[in-house]
Design a protein around this ligand. Structure first.
Ligand code: UT7
Length: 335
């Protein structure tokens, strides 16, 4: 696929969304019981009051990230009213790819599982919890350049595979799931502004530190997080990037119908909304049922809100994510 020269202005627009959660829903009571077997103390009260999480979903042993992505994608393609063969680019955001080392990309696995044989481009984006917002920015730029017309963007994660169930500070916070969006070329503006940022000097506060060296694992293969450091940085950068995209879209927080933030912690979401002057009633919150699903969290929340009749066509949405790397990103969208 090569880039063509534009004569008329092209925008990108969300055509349809879908999501999928594995069947195994694990309540706070259940995870408390699981950890107690190893003598690790936690409680529903601690988890809910610190994070807003009541439950999360864990994938079955034979369920891969690409399987979750497939189910979410099928729903998004159906909602978009297109055939899978029309997709000319697949972008899959994940930190938990199917294969060790991250290749083949989970996007390529998804392409095959979707039965797409048109040779469309497919690649993974690794920006941890900002992965979906990064992917939306990439897709928007490709569409506006005229290079692609219908892009499938998926955030899909099986974080349960990289959780250390001996570390109560992290294992109670994350879950598995997938969300997908089909974005298409449009004569009317849909994605109004996007922004992406990173600061690698903060990479150690949220990471999987392990490396393989000649076949031997050096360091932990599990997620490690300095929760308080992430919290402080998140509150700061989310406000900044939100202001940045609003300014670029020539909008103010008062124009936003729904803030759809990365679902990591209700206290961060409420703090960001308050700083922006957006009412708590205009924040889509799914963290209580999903936990932190990293790159899947924003498209999962978006699809949940659309299917619940909260988010409606024509409304202005502000989506923003922050995560390991350190990365952060946002988008303003007219849905
Ligand atoms: O997705 C990427 C972005 N990630 C985030 O945005 C996460 C950001 N960070 C957070 O959401 C919060 O920092 C946490 C929810 C991770 C933690 O909340 P906190 O209020 O910062 O708690 P803390 O880490 O300061 O821990 C307070 C206490 C500690 O005990 P002491 O030292 O005060 O005695 C912990 O050992 O809570 C203890 N603790 C627990 N107790 C019961 C830590 N985990 C647990 C637990 N159950 N699961």
């Amino acid at each position: 696929m090569t880039q063509s020269t534009n004569t008329t202005k092209i925008y990108s627009k969300i055509l349809g969304t879908g999501s999928y959660l594995p069947a195994n829903k694990v309540s706070n009571a259940k995870i408390t019981e699981m950890l107690a077997k190893d003598g690790i103390e936690t409680s529903d009260e601690w988890i809910f009051s610190r994070s807003g999480i009541s439950a999360r979903h864990f994938a079955a042993d034979n369920e891969l990230t690409s399987d979750l992505a497939l189910k979410a994608s099928q729903k998004a393609i159906e909602a978009a009213g297109i055939d899978a063969s029309e997709i000319d680019l697949i972008i899959l955001a994940t930190s938990t790819p199917d294969n060790l080392g991250g290749f083949p990309s989970t996007a390529c696995v998804l392409q095959d599982k979707l039965g797409i044989t048109n040779g469309c481009a497919a690649f993974d984006v690794q920006a941890v919890c900002s992965g979906f917002a990064y992917s939306l920015a990439v897709a928007d730029n490709f569409i506006r350049s005229g290079m692609y017309k219908k892009v499938l963007i998926v955030g899909a994660e099986t974080f349960s595979r990289i959780l250390d169930f001996k570390d109560r500070g992290t294992c109670v916070l994350f879950g598995d799931g997938a969300g997908a969006v089909v974005v298409g070329a449009s004569a009317e503006p849909g994605i109004l502004a996007t922004a992406m940022h990173a600061d690698g000097s903060h990479r150690s506060i949220l990471c999987v530190p392990g490396r393989t060296d000649k076949g031997a694992l050096q360091g932990s293969a599990f997620l490690e997080m300095d929760g308080q450091a992430v919290f402080k940085l998140a509150v700061k950068v989310l406000d900044q990037v939100a202001q940045e995209v609003l300014t670029a879209a020539n909008l103010t927080p008062a124009d936003i119908d729904w803030l759809i933030p990365h679902q990591a912690n209700i206290r961060i979401m409420e703090g960001t909304a308050k700083k922006l002057g957006i009412s708590r009633d205009n924040v889509v919150v799914t963290v209580q049922d999903h936990g932190n699903t990293s790159a899947a969290s924003i498209p999962l929340a978006l699809d949940t809100a659309i299917r619940a009749g909260q988010v409606k066509r024509g409304q202005h949405l502000l989506m923003e994510g922050v995560g390991g790397g350190f990365t952060w990103a946002a988008a303003v969208v007219k849905y």
